[in-house]
Design a protein around this ligand. Structure first.
Ligand SMILES: Nc1ncnc2c1ncn2[C@@H]1O[C@H](COP(=O)(O)OP(=O)(O)O)[C@@H](O)[C@H]1O
Ligand SMILES: [Mg+2]
Length: 398
């Protein structure tokens, strides 16, 4: 929200308030929005330069995202087709005075055209593609307060996320979109050992942005048919654009690793094509995307240049391990009085958050095999579980 009127970045004059802004960045074929309050420079408007800034954009965007989610989750009877939805943020042209203040919800009116084009109608406008149904964004499953990290890593995540939270100010008011090579797109790269919270952090960021998350793993992109993988990659980016979801690529090193120089096999070539496709899609993408990987050394430099921030996820130190043990024991879990999370933290060096999560489950299952008063998780259960897990991991790594 804006406290005082910003000025035109080109002419320096004070911007004028209008309630006729059209939201053209929805990326949704069937929903359109108009009547958004914008501040614009009359001189720039004359010249056809768009330096306008939308006010109260966060509130109206949140509403539109919800509407899009609702719409995309609906089944429409084929005989009726999809309705076209128009959202007017200035219904009845009752123009309120002054700038919307913080927390003020914009007024809106939603109208649906009663019958959209039907599938059987030869003159129907093209339906959005419905293949790749498996690429479905979903609500995030974690919040930022569940993430246990050292202060430095948390600060780096917050800084990176702030670029997303302050998009209207940075790219709108301050017009940084005009100088940023990357446009409005924000790409982050999370790297570090497995089970250190990369996926959890991505979910928490989506929750913070009040967006859904579209999780794509390499296994889903890869196809046994040559030529299908790039198609899948394009579909993933398109889905994220259409829905406004945060795009999350897990195991990203497999698609963004260094280009293979000797292209001896068709399969190798298809890896290179997948890589180039991802870079091209990334360049055309306007949303938020997070890549996660365990092996960062393998990344292609062309990709590295396109990422705003790289955040390393390290194995948790003793204090974080204590919080992780605590945080993974729900209030309902019966715990013996001898359990000391401080000691457990010291005992579980080299354990990642994921190991601790598994150890709690395993320890609880040991306790569940006992009866009566014995059916509580003891210090011995936790120790046995984490030793078992870490030993197993060590043997595999060796
Ligand atoms: N830093 C962390 N903070 C809180 N929980 C964590 C953390 N790291 C791991 N965990 C726990 O382990 C689980 C798996 O972690 P995940 O985010 O999938 O790790 P990664 O994506 O780095 O492999 C999480 O769901 C969470 O329960
Ligand atoms: Mg993960």
């Amino acid at each position: 929200m804006l406290k005082k009127k910003p000025t035109c970045p080109i002419h320096g004059c004070e911007l004028i308030l209008s309630h006729h802004g059209k939201k053209s960045n929805l990326g949704h074929y069937w929903i359109e929005a108009q009547g958004a309050p914008i501040l614009y420079c009359p001189e720039c408007h004359e010249r056809g330069t768009d330096t306008s800034v939308e006010v109260a954009a966060e509130a109206s965007n949140a509403f539109l995202r919800k509407l899009i989610r609702l719409y995309d989750g609906c089944e429409f009877p084929p005989e009726l087709g999809r309705p076209r939805i128009r959202v007017d943020f200035n219904p009845g042209r009752a123009v309120p005075d002054g700038l919307p203040t913080a927390g003020q919800q914009p007024l809106y009116q939603v109208t649906a055209s009663p019958s959209g084009p039907t599938a059987a109608d030869p003159d129907a406008e093209p339906q959005p593609e419905t293949e790749f149904e498996s690429f479905r964004p979903r609500p995030p499953r974690h919040r930022l307060d569940q993430l246990v990290l050292d202060a430095e890593t948390l600060a780096r995540i917050r800084e990176a996320v702030n670029v997303l939270l302050s998009q209207d100010l940075l790219f709108g008011c301050w017009n940084l979109g005009s100088v940023a090579r990357t446009g409005r797109r924000v790409a982050l790269n999370f790297y570090g050992p497995p089970g250190t919270g990369k996926t959890l952090a991505a979910e928490a960021i989506a929750a913070m942005l009040e967006r859904e998350i579209l999780v794509i793993s390499y296994a889903e992109l890869e196809s046994k048919y040559v030529g299908e993988t790039p198609k899948n990659i394009r579909a993933a980016f398109r889905r994220a654009t259409d829905t406004g979801a945060l795009l999350f690529f897990d195991e990203a090193d497999s698609i963004l690793g260094k280009r293979l120089t000797s292209v001896s096999q068709a399969a190798d070539n298809s890896i290179n094509v997948a890589r180039s496709t991802t870079l091209i899609e990334l360049d055309n993408f306007d949303g938020a995307v997070i890549f996660a990987s365990n092996l960062v050394k393998n990344y292609d430099t062309a990709f590295l240049r396109r990422v705003l921030a790289h955040v390393e996820f390290r194995l948790p130190a003793t204090e974080q391990r204590r919080q992780l043990w605590r945080g993974h024991c729900p209030a309902e879990l019966p715990i013996h009085a001898d359990v000391d999370f401080e000691l457990l933290a010291q005992y579980s060096e080299n354990a990642a958050g994921g190991d601790i999560q598994n150890a709690v489950l395993l320890a609880a299952s040991y306790a569940s095999l006992r009866h009566g008063e014995e059916q509580v998780v003891s210090m011995a259960d936790f120790k046995r579980a984490i030793t078992f897990l870490l030993d197993g991991k060590r043997r595999i790594l060796e």
